[in-house]
Design a protein around this ligand. Structure first.
Ligand code: F6R
Length: 588
């Protein structure tokens, strides 16, 4: 969702730093952007630049030299996509500016308290904050003005305010993520840690109801409720700077798909598998929860735990978990899966489970994120920064972790590693030139289709759901993933001559039944794309994926990612920034 980047310190190109910063957050999704700075030369007010649409080839060379600036990418909620509604918002004097993420649910009531004496120029909920701070700062120091304003907000919010007079930036959060970065005589703030990587690896994620006061030389963390200073220990990011670059690939998604052989290999050397296994073994009732792609990893987990470890684990979409929470108690384990660790539906579900005294374990890619901090047992996914909106390497890494955990629970840790070695061999094969060319040709074949189906059974069912999700979210082709057995219960009615039908056909216990589904679709004119270790008569197109035993779901999903990616490029669309989607969904 919206992105925030702020800078204060020794450099005089603060506006440019901030502009580059919000560019790194573009992947979060936005429809307008703005930068505000305090000019070094004498000026009565802050200077703003706001634009509707994408950043594209724009720059901020027209903004003055500055050592204090912040910027925002807006995803419209209250008020349309207009320059007036774009952040930053100024107070009536032009010396206080704010940017805001989230929704001030009681803004209407708050606005009535100040609207008589203050002029509102936008239709946003956010603007009320700047006028409230203006009122409060006439009687109090700026920090106190921001604090008292923030405490009146209802809903999930993150706010940053700049004072020209006091030359500082003050931030507060409740719900929406904010991370500060400690530099050498310079300080940073952003809604996401990856944007800070070029400048500093010493970071701190603000907790709910914490404030940060950023000045040239320091960042002070305060408890927003008491106003008292808190002593915190910064986290040191282990990600490398290049990990957040495209590294020669044309898009982040392409790079992240191609990183999977390396990232998956690292899973073999993990030392934390046993701790998840122990937590599951000790629980009376375990629940895997996640959203979107992360949920499909949860679903894959249920198959792996049941077949490998003979253990039943429930999988639930996080936004639906609330309606099952009566079963949760102090013996339950909730295993939450997330890339960002900030997805609001998931965070909400975890908080509710905590109220029932459940233990929370999580596999999360962004260390230090909200989910990470809420968990009794946070396990780092270690897939490295994932910038493309569509989740790829994070998901396959999570499945690898679940696979090895299942073997550990079963007491067959070594066998788990053997399976992972088969997975790696199969994955490496996909990235051979011939295989990539085949996938490319198949994707080109269905680039003009408007409808397609993906089917599988067993672990190929979550693979089918995930492949369909990837195809629809970035190529905008309507794709439906389903359990092959469900075809004849409805969806087969939609198959006509030429409809692309992707069938996962690994050599496992699902083989014959899946093949039967392929034949049923072919009989109705479907164009059958078989993903399997061997060619079949039923296939109109064939993509070879070598079997990797219980881990075959991983290479199968990677082929699904590549098909989605290639068809998107063939349609001249940008896979990194699909329409209407955001990388981190921090609103409900
Ligand atoms: C799809 C995708 C989303 C995310 C979902 C959860 O490619 O990326 O479906 O998986 O929004 O996000 P995280 O994993 O950050 O909780």
């Amino acid at each position: 969702m919206c992105g925030i980047f702020g800078y204060i310190g020794k450099r005089e190109d603060a506006a440019t730093i901030v502009f580059e910063g919000i560019k790194t957050l573009e992947y979060r999704g936005y429809d307008s952007w703005g930068v505000g700075c305090v000019p070094l030369t004498k000026s009565d007010t802050l200077i703003l630049k706001k634009r509707v649409g994408k950043i594209g080839n724009e720059d901020v060379k027209d903004l003055p030299k500055s050592t204090l600036a912040f910027g925002h990418t807006r995803w419209a909620t209250h008020g349309g996509v207009t320059e007036k509604n774009t952040h930053p918002h100024l107070d009536c004097t032009g010396t206080i500016a704010i940017i805001h993420n989230g929704i001030i649910e009681n803004y209407d009531t708050l606005k009535k308290q100040v609207s008589g004496t203050h002029t509102f120029v936008s239709e946003t909920d956010s603007e009320v904050a700047t006028h409230m701070i203006e009122v409060a700062s006439s009687a109090h120091p700026f920090i106190e003005a921001v604090r008292s304003t923030f405490l009146q907000f209802e809903g999930s919010n993150a706010i940053i305010a700049i004072s020209q007079k006091e030359h500082m930036m003050v931030a507060a959060r409740n719900g929406s993520p904010l991370v500060v970065g400690f530099g050498d005589h310079e300080q940073f703030i952003a809604s996401d840690a990856s944007g800070l990587l070029p400048y500093t690896k010493r970071i701190y994620f603000l907790e709910d109801n914490e404030m940060a006061v950023l000045t040239d030389d320091a960042i002070i963390i305060l408890d927003a409720v008491t106003g008292k200073e808190k002593h915190i220990t910064p986290t040191i990011l282990t990600w490398s700077v290049t990990a957040a670059n495209k590294n020669g690939f044309s898009t982040f998604m392409e790079k992240e798909i191609h990183e999977q052989p390396i990232v998956l290999e690292q899973c073999l050397h993990r030392s934390d598998i046993q701790s998840i296994a122990e937590a599951i073994k000790n629980a009376r009732g375990a629940y895997l929860i996640g959203c979107g792609t992360a949920y499909y990893a949860c679903l894959a987990g249920t198959y792996l735990f049941s077949t490998i470890a003979q253990r039943h684990i429930n999988a639930c979409v996080a936004s639906e978990f609330t309606y099952q929470e009566e079963f949760i108690n102090n013996a339950s384990l909730v295993l939450a899966l997330s890339q960002s660790g900030e997805t609001m539906d998931l965070i909400d579900a975890v908080k509710r489970a905590k109220k029932h005294d459940a233990s929370i374990a999580s596999i999360v890619n962004v260390q230090g994120s909200t989910l990470w901090r809420l968990s009794n047992l946070p396990i780092p996914c270690m897939a490295g920064p994932e910038i493309g909106v569509a989740s790829t390497k994070d998901m396959t890494t999570k499945i690898a972790i679940l696979l090895m955990t299942a073997y550990d629970i079963a007491g067959h840790t070594k066998e788990g590693k053997q399976v992972m070695k088969q997975v790696l061999a199969s994955v490496k094969n996909i990235f051979e030139k011939d295989s990539l060319n085949t996938i490319h040709a198949v994707a080109n074949h269905f680039k003009t289709s408007t409808n397609l189906f993906v089917v599988g059974r067993g672990t190929s069912y979550p693979a089918a759901l995930e492949t369909a999700l990837k195809i629809k979210e970035i190529s905008y082709i309507h794709a439906e993933g389903l359990a092959a057995g469900e075809l004849k219960h409805g969806a087969i009615a939609l198959i006509e001559k030429g409809t692309p039908c992707i069938v996962f056909l690994p050599h496992d216990e699902t083989y014959s039944a899946n093949l039967a589904a392929a034949m049923e679709m072919k009989a109705r004119g479907g164009y059958i794309i078989g993903i399997s270790p061997q060619q079949q008569e039923a296939f109109d197109a064939f993509i070879e994926v070598k079997d990797a035993g219980t881990g075959t779901i991983i290479p199968n999903i990677i082929v699904g990612q590549l098909l989605a990616y290639d068809v998107t490029i063939a349609k001249n669309l940008d896979p990194d920034k699909p329409r209407n989607l955001a990388k981190s969904v921090t609103v409900k």
